[in-house]
Design a protein around this ligand. Structure first.
Ligand SMILES: [Zn+2]
Length: 224
């Protein structure tokens, strides 16, 4: 369906330096990436997602001349028809939504029942849309968060009241560890980038998941 694999010409424009806000704020490096708008539009017209009380469209993020943003982002406050809350609600571009839904329904909910014996009720959203450089390092490449194409999750709440944290559980209790490692592995089936505590110290307390394109054909995946 999505034919944007056809490259829209390798841009000869040198990486543009986007100065964001006043000089004391971090700035990022970005370049034109026409595939992003094509991919978002293809998702919007595909009928892959439907608005509901848990998924509401919002006005465009970013603006002319800005690299950050999304044409028609969505605020997602729950997955699996309201059974699993996202708190606070995540601001995401269209292609992220089916990926998050599949991860929650096919991976996280079954893993919570299998490893922890209780239904999943809530995900703690540590970050979604944020116009900033990667890892908040000034001068770095624009993060996928800047395109509303990334989601960070730090906690998992269960119906019995337990809260499983990435920070405490990754190397913690054997059942929590099994749960967290299983859903990290499962995320790699749905997202093109998955970073957890084993990637680096910045990810010691959350999973980062995004739909960036990696490699020359954009088909590579990063799962760490
Ligand atoms: Zn992140």
């Amino acid at each position: 369906m999505v034919s944007s694999r056809v490259s829209v010409g390798v841009s000869v424009v040198a990486a543009a330096l986007a100065l964001w806000g006043c000089s004391t704020q971090p700035y990022y490096v970005a370049k034109p990436e026409p595939w992003r708008a094509d991919e978002e539009q293809a998702c919007l017209t595909s009928g892959a997602i439907r608005e509901s009380s848990f998924l509401q469209s919002r006005s465009a993020l970013g603006g002319p001349g800005e690299f950050c943003g999304a044409h028609r982002p969505f605020e997602m406050s729950a997955a699996d028809q309201g059974r699993v809350s996202l708190k606070p609600a995540a601001m995401l571009r269209c292609p992220m939504i089916p990926a998050v839904e599949r991860w929650v329904q096919l991976v996280v909910e079954p893993a919570a029942r299998a490893h922890l014996g209780s239904p999943l009720t809530e995900l703690k959203v540590a970050a979604s849309y944020s116009c900033r450089p990667m890892n908040h390092v000034s001068g770095g490449r624009l993060s996928e968060h800047g395109h509303a194409n990334a989601l960070d999750i730090s906690q998992f709440h269960l119906a019995d009241g337990r809260v499983i944290t990435v920070k405490g559980g990754w190397n913690g209790d054997v059942r929590e560890r099994a749960f967290l490692h299983a859903i990290h592995r499962g995320a790699c089936q749905e997202f093109t980038t998955v970073l957890g505590p084993e990637h680096d110290a910045l990810h010691h307390d959350h999973f980062h998941m995004d739909l960036a394109r990696h490699g020359r054909d954009g088909m590579n995946r990063i799962c760490k």
